[in-house]
Design a protein around this ligand. Structure first.
Ligand code: HEC
Length: 162
């Protein structure tokens, strides 16, 4: 009888631990830190420095796309590859875990998809030398820019008395 009770207590502790782990996964991997913005989009709540980091990356996307369009106009697939490569997945290595934990899973998935696409654009431009293909890949990738901007915005964490 006594032994049975001890086993029951062990299971209760294991159950509680599993629930805690599930809660942490939900919070830091799936949900992130968000609120509903005034325009109905999900607002991801970040520190000012984190917001600056995300927006800096965004401006690199925009500048890269401008450069790739210009390169396509010159029929310069090698330049497209050169511009696309640094926008690939290698660019995500410097993202701190503390920032990643605040981003919802869907946001991370869309973001990864875009970086992945730039790796592919670079690889194909180099291997196939076909700027029309690059342009159609770029157009498809930009649907993800549009989709993410339609769903999310960034809000800076507000602290009273500061
Ligand atoms: C995973 C989501 C996501 C993807 C994918 C994404 N963006 Fe963004 N982008 C955002 C968010 C969120 C903001 C902030 C918008 C706000 O707060 O209103 C932003 C802001 C920007 C800005 C403004 C930067 C500034 O300094 O204010 C530019 C430019 C931009 N994105 C370009 C792009 C381009 C080009 C692509 C595609 C290659 C892209 N973004 C893909 C989420 C995304």
């Amino acid at each position: 009888m006594k032994q049975n009770q001890t086993i029951l207590i062990y299971w209760a502790i294991i159950g509680l631990l599993l629930l805690t782990i599930a809660g942490l996964v939900l919070k830091f991997i799936v949900l992130g830190t968000t609120a509903t913005g005034e325009d109905g989009r999900q607002a991801i709540i970040l520190e000012p420095s984190e917001r600056a980091m995300v927006l800096g990356e965004m401006r690199q996307f925009l500048a890269g796309i401008q450069g790739m369009l210009e390169a396509a106009e010159r029929n310069d697939a090698a330049a497209i590859a050169r511009i696309a490569r640094p926008l690939g997945l290698s660019a995500t290595r410097h993202v701190p875990a503390s920032l990643a934990a605040k981003l919802p899973l869907e946001f991370k998935t869309l973001g990864h998809g875009v970086h992945d696409d730039f790796d592919r654009i670079a690889m194909d431009a180099e291997a196939l030398n076909d700027v029309r293909l690059s342009l159609s890949q770029l157009a498809a990738t930009m649907k993800k820019c549009v989709a993410c901007h339609a769903a999310y915005q960034i809000a800076v964490i507000s602290r009273p008395n500061r």
